[in-house]
Design a binder for this molecule. Structure first.
Ligand code: IVH
Length: 670
């Protein structure tokens, strides 16, 4: 193909993909199958790879993010990012309405724009000549962080606008949110590795947008609603009409925005959403009311740090009072202790609440929560309700300060608290019953060994003395299961069959199933791919573990210590004897050309992305490591490699190879 033809093809693929993106992520009305979309994307990726001269920062191929560290640049906002005044009742809204009427005069008619108040993190995005230019966080309102690389991964944010009637430059502001389903999945993954879950979708969204690696951000599936245009040449005086235009240009504008002719219609909107908000797939914490005319907005101006032309009405967080009857201390699979409150049953958000989270010892102390106290319970985006305060006026004279437990409630071992960590731990991991049961439940779970054995059966097997560790599953006999309460011939056979089938579960899932602290499914995959066999992981020292891409000190120490424990070694030997998979199975297209070689990748490349090069190394049996050491075999260097790194490479006498040399290297010999 001639260059011009290729460029035209690239342009038309980009346009087509961006239309499909808009239909899918903004309108929720896809017009092609996922397969066709992927094929088109692959074609574009291939063409861009062959012709790096046509690379474009705003190509739909950037949505997967780049696997490198972002250090954010501080950017001054062209227009400060202000906050809104809050109101909590209709009286205050009436005052707001009266203030406006007084300033603009009774003869001027005007409309309000009513919008949902999205509970996420604010973002300001600049467009130049119809292209995404820069995205900046709110920061202190004057200056924020340039998080462009991260925002580019959000599929509902257009990189190239549609049509041609947009201003040459303008800014659009909105809220980055994490939808409930994404939030739940993310937190369940964090719980799998006993990482503290995010308290609510708002924290998860703001934490994600500040992540250093945009490839990680891309995986978190954020979304964005846009609600405010700024610039000199906006199409209309009406805020609503401008947003309608923005929708045509490709932005995600809420379907729920409504114009109101007078304040009573605003009240109707609020009443409607106060009830309906529980059906939304994301959190809102109120309603925003804006004077619709830009001209009048300018007339009204600002007071201090918020506009006179807009205000927010905040929904009251459902909060109820109840009596704290007792505190349970739960022991997790890794020995982490979580305090849980038992409450006098109360109604909250339409459900009966009997238990609430007390988080940790510090929070109990800070709020001075005591048994028999009247406590306030709230439900936000959290999974279980939490105690947010104490009504001290109702406290009786015999109340006593809560003394946090110092011994494990299950096995009585002394609890320890590691410096800097919020939770206490029981370290008797090998004999503490809830830890054994927790480890077993994790082992059988769907993402791990997928054995058809619920909590009740684990309990029954444990109580009958048949299950002292995970390896005991493979020693269970038909009689032992059959004799459990509720089991019949068929159900006992089924469980045995399910245990038998788990022997073919691939190595990375077996590794995850072992329940090593901080080794979630993603880390298990990385370790399995990198070391290939359990024996190699067991023999690795901390240095070799941290050398592995994506494995930090904390994970490395946890893995190293796990395999220095005699009982763990015995369990693994038993599992090996049972026939579980402890080696990675090479799949089609994989070779052993690079077996035993360690690579460090650095710089920017023209033909492949860093991620692709890493994948190619792994697929050919090599290992990616994060830093240069004397055991590094090859330094795969792109452009702009830092001088200090190069110096180290030369000092160790490591072989430096280019992208082309690398591609040559992995070509299979005929
Ligand atoms: S308009 C000058 N509209 O609420 C006013 N803000 O306290 C610009 N927010 O910082 C903001 N939904 O992060 C506006 N529909 C909406 C909103 C909204 C959520 C957030 C935004 C802002 C904060 C105001």
């Amino acid at each position: 193909m001639k260059r011009e033809k290729i460029f035209n093809k690239i342009k038309s693929l980009r346009q087509e993909l961006s239309n499909h993106n808009y239909n899918y992520y903004v309108l929720s009305q896809p017009t092609v199958s996922d397969y066709d979309y992927d094929m088109m994307l692959k074609e574009l990726e291939a063409l861009e790879k062959e012709h790096p001269e046509f690379q474009d920062l705003n190509s739909p191929t950037v949505r997967v993010g780049a696997d490198r560290d972002n250090t954010f640049m501080q950017v001054k906002h062209d227009y400060p990012m202000l906050s809104l005044g809050n109101t909590y009742n209709f009286e205050e809204l009436k005052d707001f309405d009266n203030r406006i009427k007084k300033i603009i005069g009774p003869e001027t008619s005007f409309k309000y724009a009513c919008e949902l108040k999205y509970d996420g993190t604010a973002i300001s995005i600049k467009y130049k000549n119809g292209k995404f230019f820069q995205a900046v966080t709110r920061g202190d309102g004057e200056k924020g962080d340039d998080v462009s690389d991260n925002v580019r991964t959000i599929r509902s944010v257009p990189l190239q606008l549609q049509g041609n009637d947009f201003p040459v430059t303008f800014e659009i502001r909105g809220e980055i949110i994490m939808p409930h389903n994404v939030f739940k999945e993310l937190n369940s993954e964090r719980e799998d590795i006993e990482e503290t879950p995010f308290a609510n979708p708002r924290n998860a969204a703001s934490g994600t947008i500040k992540m250093k690696n945009s490839a990680e951000v891309a995986k978190r599936k954020l979304d964005a609603f846009l609600y405010f245009l700024l610039g000199k040449d906006l199409p209309s005086d009406s805020h609503t009409e401008n947003l309608n235009k923005a929708k045509i240009w490709g932005f995600k504008i809420s379907e729920n925005n409504k114009q109101a002719n007078e304040i009573n219609e605003v009240f109707e909107f609020i009443n409607y959403w106060d009830k309906k908000r529980e059906n939304l797939p994301y959190d809102i914490d109120g309603i925003v009311i804006k004077v619709d005319s830009k001209y009048l907005q300018d007339e009204l101006g600002f007071t201090g740090k918020s506009p006179r032309w807009a205000i927010s009405y905040k929904f009251k967080a459902e909060r109820v009072a109840s009596k704290l009857l007792s505190i349970d201390y739960q022991v997790g699979r890794t020995g982490a202790i979580t305090p849980v409150a038992n409450l006098e049953p109360i109604q909250l958000d339409g459900t009966t609440v009997k238990r609430a989270s007390l988080h940790n010892a510090d929070i109990i102390k800070e709020l001075d929560i005591r048994i028999n106290d009247t406590v306030f319970v709230e439900k936000g985006g959290e999974i279980i309700p939490k105690i947010v305060g104490v009504d001290k006026s109702k406290r009786t004279s015999d109340s006593a300060e809560t003394i946090y437990i110092s011994n494990c409630p299950a096995c009585n071992s002394k609890l320890v608290r590691i410096d800097g960590e919020a939770l206490h731990y029981c370290t008797n991991s090998l004999a503490c019953p809830p830890q054994i049961k927790g480890k077993t439940e994790h082992f059988v779970s769907r993402k791990a060994m997928d054995i058809n054995c619920g909590e009740a059966t684990v309990n029954a097997l444990f109580n009958a003395g048949h299950l002292n560790n995970i390896a005991d599953f493979y020693k269970l006999t038909f009689e032992q299961i059959y004799n459990l309460e509720g089991f019949k011939e068929k159900s006992a056979d089924n469980l045995l069959e399910s245990i038998n089938q788990s022997k073919s579960i691939p190595f990375e899932r077996v590794l995850f199933a072992l329940g090593i602290r901080f080794v979630g499914s993603t880390v298990a995959k990385v370790l399995a791919k990198s070391f290939k066999t359990i024996d190699d992981i067991m023999q690795a020292n901390i240095e070799q573990l941290t050398e592995t891409d994506e494995i930090g000190e904390r994970i490395a120490e946890s893995v190293f210590n796990f395999f220095r424990n005699e009982l763990n070694i015995k369990i693994i030997n038993d599992l090996k004897t049972a026939g579980l998979q402890f080696e990675i199975i090479e799949s089609e297209g994989e070779t052993n050309i690079l077996k035993g070689t360690k690579f460090v990748i650095s710089g920017t490349f023209t033909k492949y992305s860093r991620n692709e090069l890493k994948q190619m190394i792994e697929q050919n049996g090599g290992k990616n490591t994060s830093s240069v050491s004397k055991s590094t075999d090859y330094f795969l260097a792109g452009e702009n490699v830092g001088p200090s790194k190069l110096e180290k490479v030369k000092k160790f006498g490591i072989k430096i190879i280019s992208e082309d040399e690398f591609v040559e290297m992995i070509k299979e010999q005929p």
